[in-house]
Design a protein around this ligand. Structure first.
Ligand code: 9PG
Length: 517
């Protein structure tokens, strides 16, 4: 291996390995002999940014109240370009240098022109700290890294991914027994394998029973789906609860605490404060397992478990485990209790979820809009729902494909109720094919005959996918280019900067989020 471009500085051990080196050390520094062009920043969870960026720290994304929900909040103000578990730099010879951890509480930064990695939690003996260092063509380097991750963390079961209809991006929380029945009828013989009920069926986040919009209950709904010959899918966010939930009110001690007492924030959504379940608490683990058994007994065999990051947030737990280990304990309990259900993780810390799920959302939500000026430009927030944000991070996380089914979120086929152009719709459809994970929320009853034909063709397609460049692919010989989604917006200056500061402050106020958004 060409080590002309860097030296490995460490007090630990360095051994040659397939495609690079294995380093055992709590800290490692790769001293760069050439100036890197770009830094690969790898965000914490599904929605956090993954992108090749100019080697300077990005602005702190706004509003701050969303930090626990969008990124690793411990590193939100980190002064150097930072990534969770891995980082890489790009040289002008077309090669990359990757520093990637095989353990779960690890970080990489680009500092003073060097790549530095460290573990957050002290261990007994250097053999417990492991890193991979790889230099070469990007695809080869990531392939070496993923084969090591497969050995240490495992991979998903490799059954064929399903074709999914999901209720979220048409109905949002306005689902009901009546409108879902109507939609299932309209779906007719479209070749979907799964009909997945998203957020909106539950009493509250934390109280996972059917609400009044589902008078026949959730088992009857699963029966209705299964009668169409498909698998029933269900969304839950089992590791968070809203403040007003019965779960939080009755068991405040099941939630991760601050050092000085009181629950930590897992962010703000549904116009409420979110709290994070403590997955080291035995009673909370029992409750999680019982919940999984309940939803399986209703007949749901495809589970989209969301907002999972909460259990990996920093805080005080019943058992003093590193936060990623605490998370993994919770995820393992969920996996075991759900048996052979297909498990899609979302809002999920990336490395700590590997080996325990079948599929993972690898980018933020899409939306029927390319980019929001307020969120992208004023808030400098690439984790917000938008087609551009979803494509950017998903493409930059496709190296995960050998480890887990990679969910890019849904594609759209509709020309109404959307601000996306036909070309942008086609880019999302191509993304789904490149990821080999097909889903949509479009309502067949609202599609034109032409749009329905496109959807049918999309569901039937299984093109051979080749990656021709960082952002370019060929699908059955057809070239597709995702470069248009890659640029990050410029930073606001002058009066825009003033406007951004005011809006960011307002956007972190709970009364604003409750009443105005
Ligand atoms: C249901 C949705 C859908 C969607 C998930 C998740 O505030 N936020 O930043 C935020 C991000 C994502 C999000 C909701 C809120 O969406 O990704 O597919 O299931 O939950 O509520």
């Amino acid at each position: 291996m060409d080590k002309q471009r860097f030296d490995i500085i460490t007090s630990g051990t360095v051994d040659a390995a397939a495609g690079g080196f294995i380093v055992h050390a709590a800290q490692v520094e790769l001293k760069l002999r050439a100036t890197p062009q770009l830094f690969y920043q790898h965000g914490w969870q599904s929605w956090s940014l993954a992108a090749w960026i100019d080697p300077q720290p990005l602005p702190v994304s706004q509003p701050e109240i969303f930090h626990p929900l969008h990124l690793d909040p411990l590193y939100a103000h980190h002064p150097s370009p930072h990534g969770n578990w891995l980082g890489a730099v790009d040289f002008d010879d077309g090669n990359i240098l990757l520093l990637g951890a095989l353990g779960l509480d690890s970080h990489v930064q680009l500092r003073a022109g060097n790549l530095q990695g460290w573990y957050e939690v002290a261990r007994d003996g250097i053999s417990h700290y492991e890193w991979f260092v790889g230099y070469g063509p990007e695809a080869d380097v990531f392939a070496s890294y993923t084969s090591l991750l497969a050995k240490t963390l495992g991979r998903g079961r490799t059954e064929k991914p399903y074709r999914v209809w999901c209720s979220w991006y048409s109905y949002y929380t306005n689902i009901s027994q009546a409108n879902l029945h109507q939609t299932f009828d309209a779906i007719g013989d479209l070749p979907f394998d799964v009909l997945q009920v998203d957020d909106g069926w539950e009493v509250k986040i934390g109280d996972w029973d059917a609400n009044e919009k589902f008078p026949a209950g959730m088992k009857a709904l699963a029966d209705r789906i299964k009668a169409t010959g498909r698998m029933a899918g269900l969304w839950l966010a089992p590791l968070i609860a809203v403040e007003s939930s019965r779960l939080y009110q009755q068991h405040p001690d099941w939630f991760i605490q601050k050092q000085d007492g009181g629950p930590i924030s897992a962010g703000f959504n549904w116009k409420e404060q979110l709290y994070a379940l403590d997955t080291t608490h035995p009673a909370a683990l029992d409750w999680l397992a019982a919940l999984m058994r309940t939803v399986r007994s209703w007949g749901y065999d495809y589970l989209k478990l969301d907002f999972l990051y909460a259990a990996a947030l920093p805080g005080v737990r019943h058992e003093n485990l590193p936060r990623e280990a605490a998370y993994r304990k919770g995820l393992a309990a969920l996996r075991e209790a759900m048996g052979d259900a297909y498990f899609l993780t979302c809002g999920a810390p990336i490395l700590p979820s590997l080996g325990l799920c079948d599929a993972m959302r690898i980018g933020p939500d899409v939306a029927a809009v390319w980019e929001s000026q307020r969120e992208a430009f004023l808030f400098q927030n690439p984790a917000m729902p938008a087609a551009k944000n979803a494509i950017r991070t998903t493409i930059n996380r496709l190296w995960l494909a050998p480890l887990v089914h990679t969910d890019p979120d849904v594609a759209y086929f509709r020309s109404t109720q959307t601000k996306l152009t036909p070309e942008q719709n086609r880019m999302l459809q191509a993304l789904a094919l490149a990821c080999n994970f097909k889903a949509t929320s479009d309502l067949p009853q609202s599609l034109t005959a032409q749009e329905l034909a496109t959807l049918r063709e999309f569901l039937a397609a299984s093109p051979s996918v080749e990656r021709s460049g960082r952002y370019t692919f060929t699908l059955d010989g057809r070239a597709v280019d995702f470069s248009a989604a890659m640029p990050l917006p410029p930073k606001p200056t002058g009066l825009w900067q003033v406007a951004a500061a005011i809006l960011s402050t307002l956007g972190s106020q709970k009364w604003v989020l409750r009443n105005l958004v």
